[in-house]
Design a protein around this ligand. Structure first.
Ligand code: GCO
Ligand code: MG
Length: 402
């Protein structure tokens, strides 16, 4: 069996996606996602110029060997561009293998560990009152877990507050827009949001919050401590994780559960955090961390320490990643939660899929493969549009972490 073609499709049905379609000499094809938000074309070039020529003629059944070939063989290891390209190939090959086996992907991975995949949605508003209302709407839709982000008075476009309610899209400008940040104001305001949420809705639902890398370790510890009475499911990316040691300080001061890893691209990014038990949930995901082949290794390492998975699932991860993630989530023994930001109807039409939402859970389908396809004719109607993520600056103009 041979790979006869590998095509990179760029489309923008509401937002940009990079998709890889691998075709074989036996007519079976596989689909992988390679989207890197705000830096999409770098991965297109990496795939078209440096990966696709090597794939032609290879045996698509040798998933592990092809992974090692692309990882070790490049000499230049890791990084978001390389690992997304590898992920796209890997997921397409798992799709092919599962289709050939006539099985949904989760069966091939080891079978079902749970009935449904608990997901969390994104509720946000420009202030506490609006956010409390938005959380209520998610509860009404049946969600068991909700991430709550609020605008903060005095901060211009604080992180996580979208223009729309159901579809929040941060990469929205042809050049990066400038947002503001002020840690003092956020520390004053965010705990009040969670106090209000618990007062209004009680303690039955899981509540999550994303710090989006804004706080120093000491400030993060302070926030975690202030949030303790409100029993969060997790506090995410509360400080940047390049220095994994930083989490020791946070851990010493708070029992609020910590989640990290949506920007991780290999097991090495997470190794110290996991082995020193400094986090509770690992956010690495399929498209970010080298595909299923590599993500399952991260999950297995985490499992040794009772750390659970919480795959990134923002809209910049295409339905292909969502579909594959749901098969992974259905199998992985140490599953925690899955992020679910809904795609627009335009996106859903370009990527026909068989997963479905019901009462706070997503369910993967039973079709052979990962269950997500690409409608190429429809995709061609939505050409690429440059779109950057915003940047953040402090009140005095200093560049900060977005
Ligand atoms: C999340 C995220 C995202 C990212 C986005 C960047 O927790 O879902 O932080 O919304 O900001 O994926 O491309
Ligand atoms: Mg996040």
């Amino acid at each position: 069996m041979k790979i006869v073609s590998a095509k990179v499709v760029v489309c923008s049905p509401g937002r940009n996606f990079v998709t890889l379609k691998i075709e074989t000499d036996q007519g079976v094809y596989g689909i992988g996602d390679a989207t890197l938000n705000g830096r999409e074309l770098a991965v297109v070039s990496y795939l078209e110029d440096h990966v696709v020529p090597c794939l032609i003629g290879m045996d698509p059944r040798r998933i592990e060997d092809i992974w090692q070939y692309l990882y070790r063989g490049a000499y230049w290891r890791r990084g978001p561009v390389t690992m997304r390209a590898i992920a796209a190939v890997d997921v397409a090959l798992w799709d092919i293998k599962a289709k050939m086996a006539g099985m949904p992907l989760y069966q091939l991975m080891g079978g079902r560990s749970r009935d449904g995949v608990m997901v969390y949605g994104h509720a946000n508003g420009s202030d506490i009152a609006e956010t409390v209302e938005a959380v209520g709407q998610y509860i009404d839709m049946g969600y068991k877990a909700i991430r709550a982000q609020t605008g903060v008075p005095g901060i211009k476009d604080a992180y996580g507050v979208g223009r729309g309610k159901l579809y929040y899209e941060p990469a929205d400008a042809a050049l990066p827009s400038v947002t503001g940040w002020d840690t003092r104001k956020a520390l004053n305001y965010v705990p009040k949001l969670f106090e209000e949420l618990r007062k209004t809705y009680g303690f039955d639902h899981h509540l999550l919050h994303d710090g989006h890398h804004r706080y120093t370790p000491q400030e993060a510890a302070n926030l975690g401590k202030m949030l303790e009475p409100f029993q969060l499911f997790w506090l995410e990316d509360v400080t940047p994780a390049e220095n994994q040691e930083a989490f020791k300080l946070i851990r010493q001061h708070t029992v609020t559960p910590l989640a990290v890893g949506e920007i991780f691209n290999s097991i090495w990014d997470a190794k110290d955090l996991i082995q020193n038990q400094l986090i509770d949930y690992i956010r690495a995901t399929i498209v970010g961390a080298g595909g299923l082949t590599h993500l399952r290794r991260i999950a297995d390492l985490a499992g040794l320490y009772q750390i659970r998975t919480g795959c990134h699932g923002a809209t910049d991860l295409s339905p292909v990643t969502m579909g594959a993630a749901l098969h992974f989530d259905t199998w992985v023994p140490n599953f925690g939660i899955q992020e679910y930001m809904r795609h627009t109807p335009e996106t859903d039409a370009v990527f026909p899929h068989d997963y479905r939402f019901e009462a706070g859970y997503l369910y993967c389908g039973e079709r052979p493969g990962h269950g997500v396809d690409l409608d190429e004719a429809l995709a061609a109607k939505y050409p690429y549009k440059p779109a950057f993520l915003p940047v953040a600056r402090l009140q005095d103009g200093t560049m900060w972490n977005w």
